[in-house]
Design a protein around this ligand. Structure first.
Ligand SMILES: Nc1ncnc2c1ncn2[C@@H]1O[C@H](COP(=O)(O)OP(=O)(O)OP(=O)(O)O)[C@@H](O)[C@H]1O
Ligand SMILES: [Mg+2]
Length: 431
């Protein structure tokens, strides 16, 4: 039995030799269509006539998005490059293609590559890409604007996604606060703004430059051109050990944060920083209208991809009856969309006026009863300190180091890192 494949190698100098080799021998592969360009390939893939495609890295407009569509159509990918061309080979790998071979490989080798690609659909679905392939070290042009810290190395960094329901509960405050405290405690940290409804991290930190670094990184990832130096270049240093990938300031730019590209960015971020803290959008809704078309971009795809990639999810809710109700509903949606993900709950803006005396006990009881949540981290309502930080575009550590909310964020950051809470916090709690 032969495997039906598509060939998308038009224009490559080695095309005639490859096709002749595949047609000439009993290779175990049958080329059912020679696609002239990317739209032709995507249409043939969607028609379901083939299990795999042999494609050239020179195929115009080939990017991660296109590869995601091939994966969605159930078509495995084998990338072919001009023999002895390491740049072409590296580009195919940076796009996340696992099976990459020189075009003069024998028909038997190609058949084995197709079989391997078909056998591991998870790996070729570009859900995880190949971060190692993208870690090509410092840019040979030497153009990197800021040096990559010592943390650069094997992808051992962890990722925390800060997420929560609608109603501005305080996700950005928690994300910025936790990232700033991790960095202040000596950990190389990357703060990324992936809010697809318009991010505010840049504003909170007083960045005047409007260019969204995360969108730039995602664009490079989509083109298979993102490496560690490139990521560092679009993530400026905001404070010692704290890099920032700013977000899209306008909600209509959400299409620039494609999930397949973000997965690559997060994978690489693990080599750039010990912790990557991501400020996520609030919604998980999947657009029903689009659900028949698995390849159509979805606004919340970025959030889902980030939550799925995270080592820790902080679910942030406002500590009032409305905030808690929204959080309970959101946790249910999270369970449904990503059953494997467990969130750690953070309640912010804790104050007596709206909950009654002993707000922590009452809030914890409500969350346990309605969402089965056993452990809650509380952040006090501290408008004075946060207003001061926002006004100056600086971190709490700089403008209100002893404020209650900063102390609580320091404790939260320490717990992520497996450190005991700082002494000042312990004293406060004992009193
Ligand atoms: N612990 C707190 N005490 C007092 N005010 C707070 C606290 N946390 C956040 N806020 C304030 O609440 C407002 C919303 O916070 P933030 O921007 O962090 O929320 P968000 O969930 O990121 O909202 P959005 O949906 O706009 O992204 C801000 O004005 C912020 O200063
Ligand atoms: Mg926000």
């Amino acid at each position: 039995m032969t495997v039906r494949v598509l060939a998308a190698v038009t224009g490559a100098s080695w095309e005639p030799a490859l096709v002749a080799a595949l047609e000439g021998e009993a290779s175990g592969l049958t080329v059912v269509r020679r696609c002239v360009d990317l739209p032709d390939l995507l249409a043939a893939a969607a028609a379901g006539t083939a299990r795999a495609v042999l494609l050239s890295g020179e195929l115009r407009r080939l990017d991660r998005d296109a590869l995601s569509r091939l994966a969605a159509a159930g078509v495995a990918v084998v990338g072919l490059h001009t023999p002895g061309d390491p740049v072409a080979e590296a580009r195919l790998r940076q796009l996340g293609i696992e099976q990459v071979h020189p075009a003069d490989a024998s028909p038997g080798e190609l058949a084995a590559a197709v079989a391997a690609a078909v056998a591991s659909p998870g790996r070729q679905s570009h859900a995880y890409g190949d971060p190692a392939a993208a870690v090509t070290g410092p840019d040979p042009s030497g153009a990197a604007s800021a040096p990559v810290e010592a943390a650069a190395g094997p992808p051992s960094g962890r990722l925390v996604a800060v997420w929560g329901p609608t109603g501005a509960p305080g996700r950005t405050t928690v994300a910025v606060g936790v990232a700033a405290e991790l960095a202040a405690a000596g950990t190389a940290t990357l703060l990324a703004d992936a809010d697809v409804y318009g991010g505010t991290v840049a504003q909170v930190l007083g960045f005047l430059d409007e260019a969204p670094g995360l969108a730039a990184a995602a664009r490079l990832a989509n083109l298979g051109q993102l490496d560690l130096a490139g990521l560092a270049r679009v993530a400026p240093v905001a404070a010692p050990r704290l890099r920032v990938l700013t977000g899209i300031s306008r909600p209509d730019r959400w299409t620039e944060l494609r999930p397949s590209a973000l997965q690559q960015v997060w994978a690489l971020a693990r080599s750039l920083a010990s912790w990557t803290v991501v400020d996520c959008g609030f919604s998980l809704e999947q657009d029903e209208e689009l659900s028949f078309d698995t390849a159509a971009p979805r606004r919340n795809g970025a959030t889902l991809a980030t939550l799925a990639a995270a080592d820790v999810v902080l679910a942030v809710g406002a500590a009032d009856p409305i905030g808690v109700q929204r959080l309970v509903r959101a946790l249910g949606e999270l369970r449904e969309a990503l059953p494997g993900v467990t969130a750690r709950v953070v309640l912010t803006k804790v104050r007596r006026a709206v909950v009654g005396s002993d707000p922590q006990i009452q809030l914890a009881a409500a969350l346990e009863r309605y969402a089965g949540v056993r452990e809650v981290t509380f952040l006090p309502d501290d408008r004075d300190a946060l207003d001061r930080a926002l006004l100056e575009g600086r971190t709490l550590a700089e403008v209100a180091p002893d404020s209650p909310v900063r102390q609580a964020l320091t404790g939260l950051a320490a717990s992520l890192d497996g450190r005991p809470p700082p002494a000042a916090r312990r004293r406060r709690l004992r009193r």
